[in-house]
Design a protein around this ligand. Structure first.
Ligand code: MG
Length: 369
């Protein structure tokens, strides 16, 4: 079996309302999505997606995905998509770094592997646990009352995990955290996500000001070095998100005891093949995991839901349904959907979802053997 053709599609995915991240420093209204279709010589089709969460969130952007695929295509065409680690190696030799551009190719290979072996991706990854994954809300930053209103909206739809975005004005952050925690229900889990916007000083002040609450802070500061610096100065639980890109980052996190949780975003770490290694290191060291898409449609959410559902429930903290924040659905009725705040993958072979090509329009690029 060989990869014969790669087709690349681009569409904008509008958000249902503007999104403000970390004290309003990032504001965006739509996502630049790339969909990738891999076709084999025996007519199997796999789908991938790469949708950065705006272009100011991570060193990843929509046009970069497509430029990366243009560079990678020749290294991938002719490969056997079932030999995913060979495809991974070919991509890493062809283009060091640029994990976010490799992720959709990796995703499409897993889709094909699942289809030809008659297994869901979760089963192909080692085995799916029965229960689906709690979906974390993504609470855009605002005043304490605005943020609580957003939590209540998600709560009414069954969500029990909330990722509230803080960062910026630390006095306001303290009142946000205090207000949300005082109104948290006993069955709810609240993550305060600074998206690396605090300085070391600000992080220490906020994280030590509310010692009785038992809350978790995600990516309070910019880098792993910053986290290592503040770590001995606070007792608050830490989740690492944007500073975790590679297996080497993960081994440093565990060897230096830098976090109680990690957030594995599939596009950021280069796809499922690399993400499963990070998962394994986390589990081997008792570190709990969020597994999420970096952003995007139901395809990206479903990919994340597959990996999430391979994690024992004790170690699985949540996923995300970015699809619920969009006004376009590229695969109506398919894939993992947020039902009562839970994403569950089905038994369908492969990814279990393919976009409606009429909605994607004409490919912006094709590469063929
Ligand atoms: Mg985060």
């Amino acid at each position: 079996m060989k990869i014969r053709k790669i087709s690349v599609f681009q569409i904008d995915l509008p958000l249902s309302e503007p999104y403000f991240l970390s004290g309003g420093r990032l504001r965006f209204e739509k996502l630049d999505a790339t969909f990738l279709k891999l076709e084999t010589d025996n007519k199997v089709i796999g789908w991938g997606e790469a949708t950065p969460w705006g272009h100011t969130y991570l060193p990843a952007h929509g046009p970069g995905v497509r430029a990366g695929i243009a560079t990678l295509a020749s290294s991938v065409l002719g490969s056997d998509p079932r030999k995913i680690e060979h495809v991974e190696r070919a991509m890493d030799v062809c283009l060091p770094g640029h994990l976010y551009a490799k992720a959709p190719i990796d995703m499409a290979c897993w889709d094909i592997l699942g289809q030809v072996t008659g297994q869901s991706i979760a089963d192909a990854l080692g085995g799916r646990y029965e229960r689906g994954t709690q979906v974390a809300s993504s609470i855009s930053t605002g005043t304490p009352d605005e943020m609580l209103d957003r939590v209540k909206r998600y709560r009414s739809r069954g969500y029990q995990v909330h990722s509230a975005k803080v960062g910026g004005d630390i006095a306001l952050d303290l009142s946000r955290i205090d207000h949300l925690e005082k109104n948290r229900l006993p069955n709810e889990h609240m993550l305060f996500d600074a998206n690396r916007s605090w300085s070391r000083r600000e992080a220490i002040i906020v994280m030590n000001a509310l010692p009785g609450l038992g809350v978790t802070f995600e990516q309070p500061v910019e880098t792993i070095d910053d986290i290592a610096a503040i770590r001995p100065l606070t007792k608050a639980a830490i989740s690492i998100d944007e500073a975790l890109h590679t297996v080497a980052d993960m081994t440093r996190i565990v060897s230096c005891n830098l976090a109680e949780a990690v957030n594995i975003k599939l596009n950021r770490v280069g796809g499922l093949t690399k993400a499963r290694r990070i998962r394994d290191i986390a589990l081997a060291h008792g570190i709990q995991c969020y597994v999420m898409a970096t952003g995007g449609s139901v395809l990206a959410d479903t990919e994340a839901a597959h990996l999430a559902q391979t994690i024992p429930e004790t170690f699985r903290l949540g996923s995300w349904a970015c699809q619920d924040m969009l006004t376009i659905d590229v695969a109506p009725g398919q894939g993992a959907r947020s039902i009562e705040g839970v994403l569950t993958v089905g038994n369908s072979p492969g990814l279990g979802v393919a976009p409606d090509e009429d909605l994607l329009g004409t490919p912006v690029a094709t590469y063929e053997l």
